[in-house]
Design a protein around this ligand. Structure first.
Ligand code: PEP
Ligand code: MN
Length: 326
């Protein structure tokens, strides 16, 4: 049950026996609790609005907030009319590589730089990322090109460090249900980009977001990045309907990652256009100055010219659905 009040109530807190979470939003305070409150008390609470959603998630639900939440990463506002594109290499490899990618994506209209410093790789023998050195490079290059940056934290301990260097914290697909990581990210005071797990249901994905919201951090962007199927022709299956459903069920911005969703450079633009046509608030795309030399995810990375072409194709679709590229 969620009880939304104009101001805090000590009486209610006592009635809930301390078993509640208190979150603030837009001048209101919401008490989230699984405890029942006597009706007489509820009647006495001035302006109380009671929400009993049938869904297991509460704060993320559209029945909690009808209006779409807007999340700012630097100057880019996700969840409004404009569609924003995050782009950059899968992994930070060197300063020149990152700078070249960042300039290219900025010049083609991307609004947020992406790049991994801590890489969650399937094989322990694959390139693991530059770690803190990668974070330093991300900050430097981000400032140099004038774009905000998003990068992944893979453990709760890394979160404060990542938050120090980055404008937003990415939680990767493999970590979507790392609950301690979600809580740490919720407390870090930075927007959180939450990827859907490759085998996660929509409900599990939204419940993962709920962990971040419960820490009082409303700045969560959901990201559909493809789910597993029987067919290995594409790396994953881009769940465009699931992405659209997340937008119907929650008030959070939802973006798509056509690189991980398809695993193929030649499918990035088709999947990106489908995402925008279906209502995505943005994209996150892997771009490398020389994709064939990339230390990770080269086959699903666009080169600078391919990215420019994708951006003009996406812009046409955005216009057709009454939106523009931010
Ligand atoms: C990535 O963004 O490079 C990444 C590892 O993504 P995901 O967690 O979606 O696999
Ligand atoms: Mn990648």
């Amino acid at each position: 049950m969620i009880i939304v009040l104009e101001e805090e109530s000590k009486q209610l807190e006592e009635a809930l026996g301390g078993r509640f979470q208190k979150v603030r939003r837009g001048g209101k305070v919401a008490y989230v609790s699984s405890r029942q409150v006597p009706k007489e008390l509820l009647d006495r609470l001035h302006d109380a609005r009671i929400i009993e959603t049938a869904k297991p998630y509460q704060l993320a639900s559209r029945s909690f907030l009808e209006d779409s939440t807007r999340v700012r990463v630097g100057d880019a506002e996700f969840g409004g009319r404009e569609v924003h594109v995050c782009a950059g290499p899968c992994a930070v490899e060197s300063r020149p590589q990152l700078l070249e990618a960042a300039r290219a994506v900025r010049d083609s209209g991307a609004s947020v730089l992406r790049g991994g410093a801590f890489k969650p790789r399937t094989s322990p023998y694959s390139f693991q990322g530059l770690g803190e050195e990668g974070l330093r490079l991300l900050r430097e290059v981000s400032d140099e090109v004038g774009m905000p940056v998003v990068t992944e934290a893979t453990t709760p301990e890394q979160v404060p460090l990542v938050a120090e260097y980055s404008d937003a914290i990415q939680i990767g697909a493999r970590n979507m249900q790392n609950f301690e990581l979600l809580k740490a990210a919720g407390r870090a005071g930075k927007p959180v980009l939450l990827k859907r797990g490759a085998s996660a249901t929509i409900e599990e994905w939204i419940l993962a977001a709920e962990y971040v919201l419960l820490e009082g951090n409303w700045n969560v962007i959901l990201c559909e990045r493809g789910i597993r199927s029987f067919d290995s022709s594409t790396r994953n299956v881009f769940d465009v309907a699931g992405m659209a459903l997340a937008k119907l069920l929650t008030h959070l911005p939802v973006i798509a990652d056509p690189s991980h969703a398809t695993g193929r450079r030649d499918l990035i633009s088709p999947a990106a256009r489908a995402a925008i046509a279906a209502g995505a608030d943005g994209l996150i795309v892997e771009v490398h100055p020389r994709p064939d030399e990339a230390l990770s995810d080269g086959p699903q990375s666009l080169g600078p010219s391919g990215f420019g072409k994708m951006m003009s194709e996406v812009a046409m679709v955005a216009k057709a659905v009454g939106r523009g590229l931010g």
